[in-house]
Ligand binder design. Structure first.
Ligand code: BDR
Ligand code: CA
Length: 321
């Protein structure tokens, strides 16, 4: 049976590869919808980007719901300095033919969870604003969530401040709500996603001539602003694809259950995730935190999976359906 998922996202280059990976894994993942949030760029642009990515994958039928334009309390911080003015620098995607749905992302999350015959997994690739608001507005939906798989936080240093990772820094209050919700969580923090750098060697299996492979390679071959000086290695860290890859190939990842707490107080550590890796606090665990992954194997499998999106039978079948 397929795993039914909602992808909550702020595309964003690494979000783009994550969404393409999820859509390529059609045999395993049933994508109920894509919900967008402000993060890497403003929410109007993340919504356009989600539509462009679904269109690139010949999956224009996937509904996209526009979500929160602002974090719960803090002013919005965006990351055009990394991902370019439209959030998808290097991909050069066509404008979307479809529009986003009229329904707000938070309403969709609640409605879909309530109405679904099966429990869902939520893949959280951006600030957690939409998800926190859905949990606060309709706590009953928790019963319908199998798991939240989240990219966010860091076991050591951050990427947007010395202390904080971008997604949790943008909306630390939302992250605190989610980690206090008592739900099963898998967390892919920065210290693991920095192992997932798209090096030249790891890009060799992507098809630069493919309708989908081409924009991926072009995006990932683009020089990374700031380079390795911003952490990780030369090449773009593919943070968000780790979330989808964990769902598809958990055997490539290792982690442990930990207590995680998010700093919401303003100051130099706002947005920091304190991950009790060594269980020093004695507090109950609230997340399965990934520590290592086999990144070479992950990239080889991603290339193979997204390669399916370029295969003529797939594109024809989707065009006809
Ligand atoms: C996270 O922040 C965003 O810029 C990326 O898309 C990823 O979700 C990494 O810190
Ligand atoms: Ca993201």
């Amino acid at each position: 049976m397929k795993t039914r998922v909602i992808i909550d996202t702020d595309p964003g280059q690494d979000d783009a590869l994550a969404i393409l990976l999820a859509l390529s894994a059609d045999a395993v993942l049933d994508v109920a919808g894509v919900t967008t949030v402000a993060g890497n760029v403003e929410v109007a642009q993340t919504s356009v980007n989600a539509l462009r990515i679904c269109q690139l994958a010949a999956r224009g039928e996937i509904p996209v719901y526009c979500g929160c334009a602002q974090p719960i309390l803090r002013p919005l911080h965006t990351a055009e300095f990394i991902c370019g003015p439209d959030g998808l620098a290097g991909m050069d995607l066509a404008p979307p033919r479809q529009a986003a749905q009229a329904e707000h992302a938070v309403s969709f999350l609640i409605r879909e969870l309530r109405d679904s015959d099966v429990n869902l997994t939520i893949c959280a690739l951006g600030p957690l604003t939409n998800i926190a608001l859905a949990l606060l507005q309709a706590p009953d939906v928790k019963a319908k969530i199998d798991r939240l798989v989240i990219m966010g936080g860091a076991r050591d240093l951050g990427n947007i401040t010395a202390a904080a990772e971008f997604n949790f820094f943008v909306d630390p209050h939302a992250a605190a709500v989610v980690f206090n919700a008592g739900l099963p969580i898998t967390l892919c923090p920065l210290n693991v996603t920095y192992q997932a750098v798209a090096t030249l060697a790891r890009l060799k299996d992507f098809d630069p001539r493919g309708a989908v492979g081409g924009p991926i390679v072009s995006m990932l071959m683009r020089e990374r602003p700031g380079g390795a000086a911003l952490g990780g290695d030369a090449g773009h860290p593919m943070h968000d694809p780790c979330v989808i890859a964990w769902l598809l190939w958990p055997e490539l990842f290792e982690g442990r259950d930990c207590h995680v707490v998010i700093e919401t107080a303003e100051g130099p550590t706002v947005g920091r995730s304190t991950i009790d890796w060594w269980a020093r606090s004695g507090l109950p665990t609230n997340a399965h935190v990934i520590g290592t992954l086999d990144a070479d194997a992950m990239f080889a499998r991603i290339a193979q999976s997204v390669g399916l999106l370029d295969a003529a039978p797939f594109r024809q079948a989707k065009a006809l359906s």
